[in-house]
Ligand binder design. Structure first.
Ligand SMILES: Nc1ncnc2c1ncn2[C@@H]1O[C@H](COP(=O)(O)OP(=O)(O)OP(=O)(O)O)[C@@H](O)[C@H]1O
Length: 261
């Protein structure tokens, strides 16, 4: 099943191409790219090129290196994950409208029919998730990419999904809401894994997850180096029991035993 902008992706500086494959412990990983700097992303993502390119291993294919003491990149300790907050008072618009030239359409494989959601109520979300969307996020209705992709993410039979849309079109909500909706809060084991290309993105996505899922009781953990001075390799840490794990590609090396099994 695929979902994407109608026109072929070109390396335009204002377009972000995102493939989000939401997989609740299935194979794959997700990567999101934006303009010059990287942006959001739950299982496998790649830019859609119009011509074949040579496949090379990149930094994203390598496991995280151990944190060096002089590493200036932000860590969870620097940022204090428990107090993550997004200042939604700075939001100007209550609606997320797509650019005039956006032409997002659904392309599905197989015979499964999906109806686009006109409102968040159409998605049969749990009340605590609706409250998170309205009260915490202050969203009023789904953006176009959300209206198309969320029914696919939330409706069985669940299939792989690739989604592409412009920068700031609301893709993060697609996979965050997908994880929050499909995780069982009563089962205290990892159920969703969100792999991001950078630690910064992992932290940003964790912010959104915590805010959107504030009333759900769903637990989450950022699987990136937590302390630059007392770094413990993830292979030597205690088993993770959080229901949603967000991390960088090194996270993919987590074994089943480390995920609380
Ligand atoms: N349905 C919505 N209604 C109103 N605002 C929304 C909605 N969905 C997302 N937003 C807001 O729009 C902004 C951009 O959303 P988001 O970061 O999810 O987009 P994105 O497509 O993931 O962006 P990027 O490509 O830059 O990563 C955020 O401030 C987010 O809170």
């Amino acid at each position: 099943m695929g979902l994407g902008a109608a026109r072929p992706f070109r390396k335009s500086p204002w377009i972000a191409a995102l493939q989000v494959s939401l997989s609740l412990f299935q194979n794959g990983r997700q990567r999101r790219t934006a303009t010059a700097s990287a942006s959001a992303t739950a299982t496998a993502l790649s830019l859609a090129e119009t011509k074949p390119v040579e496949i090379k291993r990149s930094w994203a294919d390598e496991a995280d290196e151990e944190q060096k003491v002089d590493d200036k990149s932000p860590t969870a300790t620097d940022i204090n994950l428990d107090s993550l907050a997004i200042d939604e008072t700075k939001k100007v618009h209550k609606f997320l409208d797509d650019p005039e030239d956006s032409n997002i359409k659904a392309v599905t494989a197989g015979d499964t029919m999906y109806a686009s959601a006109k409102s968040f109520e159409d998605l049969n979300l749990a009340p605590d998730l609706l409250k998170g969307l309205y009260v915490e996020m202050k969203f009023e209705r789904p953006s176009k990419i959300q209206a198309i992709s969320l029914p696919m993410i939330l409706t069985p039979p669940y299939k792989h999904l690739i989604a592409q849309a412009h920068n700031g079109s609301g893709k993060t909500t697609c996979f965050v809401l997908g994880m929050l909706s499909r995780v069982d809060p009563k089962v205290s084991v990892p159920q969703a894994l969100c792999i991001c290309p950078t630690r910064e993105l992992a932290i940003q996505n964790m912010e959104v997850l915590k805010k959107m899922g504030r009333y759900t009781g769903i637990t989450s953990e950022c699987a990136i180096p937590m302390d630059s001075t007392n770094y413990i390799p993830i292979s030597k840490r205690a088993p993770i029991t959080a229901q949603v794990v967000i991390g960088t590609p090194g996270t993919s090396s987590i074994s089943g035993s480390q995920l609380g099994n």
